[in-house]
Write a protein that binds this ligand. Structure first.
Ligand code: FE2
Length: 267
């Protein structure tokens, strides 16, 4: 544990997580990323290591037999057929935990009127295609609830209809210098939609949520005693359908692990 990279996962408000090679080279591996609040000022874990993990990614669908079977099964292919994808590829997969472990030490007295803070972090509003960019945009997320996802343990929230009204206006790219990432604008920036317009989407265990790559969504902090485990993977439309996935994306397929063609890959 002492030698494991302390890479923490955040989505939008910092590029700390995507600045390090442990993250950027995880596209063809199974790696572990910590919650933002997992460490104290001295770099010590504030909770048990099994509760400090934010997510595991990003090649579970390739490297873990059970996840491979699950991700490439016929039902997934049928859904992508029904969405009229011609050459879908699975790009990345993740287990996301949004752990419920209490911080140690406990919060100071001034904070005790607020809900007891737990460690599972917030995901700020974003469009998935910002991070999984193709030209034209095509990302679709498969998001499976492995536990009940409630208001208390950090269910997702969506901005209804935003995939039809707000184009993918920025993308995350690797910095030309090599290490780290940054965001580039594809058009004029779109101001953050008001938080009040989001609608919560609690779902029960076993639910599948399909996420359009352009829909604004977010999830809250886990303030509860219950964890909120989910498994998710993303598909993009491939080059046989005329879509381009370029070398500026953070996740780069390798010769050993090209982006698997969904329709041609056996579960
Ligand atoms: Fe997302």
């Amino acid at each position: 544990m002492a030698t494991h990279p302390k890479t923490r996962f955040t989505t939008m408000d910092s590029d700390e997580h995507v600045g390090d090679d442990y993250f950027l080279s995880s596209g063809d591996k199974v790696r572990y990323f910590f919650e933002v609040d997992a460490f104290d000022d001295k770099g010590e874990l504030v909770t048990d290591k099994t509760k400090a993990i934010n997510k595991i990614g990003h090649a579970l669908h390739e490297l873990e037999p059970e996840f491979r079977k699950f991700s490439f099964r016929q039902g997934v292919k049928d859904i992508m057929h029904s969405l009229q994808y011609k050459d879908p590829r699975i790009l990345q997969s993740m287990l996301i935990f949004k752990a419920s472990a209490r911080r140690r030490p406990p919060p100071p007295p001034a904070a005790q009127l607020l809900p007891q803070p737990k460690i599972g972090g917030t995901v700020p509003p974003h469009q998935d295609s910002t991070f999984l960019y193709t030209n034209p945009p095509s990302a679709v997320g498969f998001w499976f609830a492995l536990e009940d996802c409630t208001l208390d343990n950090g269910c997702m929230w969506f901005l209804p209809g935003s995939h039809k009204t707000i184009p993918v206006w920025q993308r995350m790219v690797r910095k030309p210098t090599g290490s780290g990432t940054t965001f580039i604008h594809l058009q004029d920036p779109v101001p953050d939609p008001p938080e009040s317009e989001y609608v919560c989407a609690p779902v029960s265990v076993g639910s599948l949520v399909l996420i359009h790559g352009a829909v604004y969504h977010k999830s809250g902090h886990n303030y509860s005693d219950k964890s909120r485990w989910i498994y998710t993977f993303h598909c993009i439309e491939g080059e046989d359908a005329g879509h381009t996935y370029d070398e500026r994306n953070w996740l780069q397929p390798t010769k050993e692990m090209p982006l698997a063609k969904l329709y041609e890959t056996e579960a």
